[in-house]
Design a protein around this ligand. Structure first.
Ligand code: NAD
Length: 427
């Protein structure tokens, strides 16, 4: 994945990201009346590993880097969560992201706990050789935690299939040199990566939209959509919506947006972006800013770029009836309430973009069995999970009269709490 930013919510200065995660947890825990003992357990991270490790640079000097791997909760299964390389990585951020992974896995019913890792580094300043050395040493430092049955990392901001290959190779070398592909997901296909993984997030978003459209009585063959962000997730959503007959009238990237009320030719926009590096200046479309794009008339809005795009400032001007969060944290809590009061249906990130982690789970299952599925099998199983999860979240929202974000979180917490309760407190 090449996501630039994935912070679900930017904290106010006095609150850290982990404080925000705990606050969200408490709101949803109140909805389901979670008891105090389970609240105390689930609002802490189980393990927080901090490592400082040296890497020899190409010029012969040695630099010391700081990395983290956190397990929030492992009640449902091994830890699952990405590794990010970014200069701003902190323990607090990794803890919050690990907690969100617990809920994301639980909301779609994957047998995983939540984990996350990171190294405080600007990878763009490193050569390939330095990046490989850093990755192999970091993998060694966190090897007490990771493993195919204990904690399975994946790509996140600034990490990619090549980095997963180095992690897999390092771990395998520590275990006698026999390949252990199930220790990471997001691997290159040649090493046991899954068919369909690249498109999984966008495809999952579209399955979620199809389910919501049924409940809303929205006919996708005559609906219009706008997609903010035209990277891995956004461009897949735009293409698949077009295949369903939907008119995608606006798309954007970091350079700006384009709009055509008759519908954009998405295949041509993809080709234009491949040639020029951006969607802007696409012929047969008007230019719009990213701010204007969000407020264009349409039925479906898909934020697929950054966090904090829909705020209390613009929420009342959004025209879409359905918002599907491909990005993590594109909507602020204040905007959530405004949209809910206006009757806009919002498919929250922990559910809407869970197609990525779901197909990571499929990759892990295939790697453990050394038995690989076709893309069709992957897509069919993804659809079954996204459909089943939508129905469970929707039922929760109706039952407790809450918006879909709180419903999704409440469902996830209820599932993890029940597993924790059944297992009991050791010893
Ligand atoms: P990506 O880097 O492939 O694409 C990001 C897109 O957003 C690019 O087109 C970029 O130009 C655009 N963008 C950047 N700044 C922008 C701005 N200010 N306004 C409009 N567009 C802007 O990343 P991705 O993998 O598609 O991820 C996008 C979002 O989806 C992130 O929030 C990510 O965390 C989330 N997500 C992705 C996956 C996945 O598997 N790819 C899984 C879960 C969540």
């Amino acid at each position: 994945m090449t996501a630039t930013v994935t912070l679900p919510i930017r904290p106010k200065p006095e609150r850290t990201l982990f404080d925000v995660a705990v606050e969200q947890f408490n709101i949803a825990a109140d909805v389901i009346g979670l008891d105090d003992d389970l609240r105390r357990i689930l609002s802490e991270c189980k393990r927080e590993l901090i490592v400082h490790f040296p890497v020899e640079m190409d010029d012969g000097s040695v630099q010391v880097f700081t990395g983290y791997r956190v397990h929030h909760n492992l009640a449902a299964g091994p830890g699952k969560g990405g590794i990010r390389y970014h200069p701003d990585v902190t323990l607090d951020e990794v803890k919050a992201l690990a907690m969100w992974m617990t809920w994301k896995c639980a909301v779609v019913g994957l047998p995983y706990g939540g984990a996350k890792g990171g190294v405080k580094v600007d990878p763009k300043q490193l050569s390939q050789n330095e990046l490989q050395n850093l990755t192999r040493r970091y993998t060694t430092e966190i090897s007490a935690l990771i493993g195919p049955y204990s904690d399975i990392p994946a790509p996140d901001v600034n990490t990619n299939p090549q980095i997963m290959a180095w992690i897999m190779d390092t771990y395998s070398m520590h275990h006698g040199g026999v390949a252990v592909p199930a220790v990471v997901t997001g691997k290159p296909i040649q090493l046991g990566g899954s068919e369909g993984r690249n498109e999984a997030t966008g495809r999952g978003v579209v399955f979620a939209i199809e389910e919501a459209a049924k409940v809303m009585g929205l006919d996708l063959t005559s609906a219009t959509a706008v997609v903010q962000g035209f990277g891995n997730a956004g461009s897949t959503v735009a293409r698949l919506l077009t295949e369903l007959g939907c008119r995608v009238v606006g798309v954007s990237d970091s350079h700006g947006g384009i709009w055509n009320s008759r519908g954009l030719d998405i295949a041509a926009v993809l080709e234009h972006k491949r040639r020029t590096g951006s969607v802007i200046n696409f012929p047969d479309a008007e230019a719009v800013s990213n701010e204007e794009l969000l407020e264009l008339p349409c039925d479906i809005l898909v934020p697929a770029a950054l966090e904090n795009q829909i705020t209390e400032e613009n929420a009342s001007r959004i025209k879409a009836r359905l918002i599907a969060e491909a990005a993590n944290g594109p909507t602020t809590p204040e905007a959530d309430q405004i949209l809910y009061d206006r009757g806009v249906v919002l498919l929250p990130d922990i559910y809407a973009n869970a197609g990525g982690v779901t197909v990571s789970y499929f990759e892990w299952v295939q790697s453990l069995q050394h038995f690989y599925w076709t893309e069709q099998e992957v897509n069919d199983r993804l659809k079954a999970i996204m459909t089943r999860s939508f129905r469970a979240i929707h039922a929760m929202a109706e039952r407790y009269h809450v918006h879909m974000r709180t419903a999704a979180l409440a469902l996830a917490i209820q599932r993890v709490a029940e597993i924790t309760r059944l297992r009991g407190i050791y010893p």
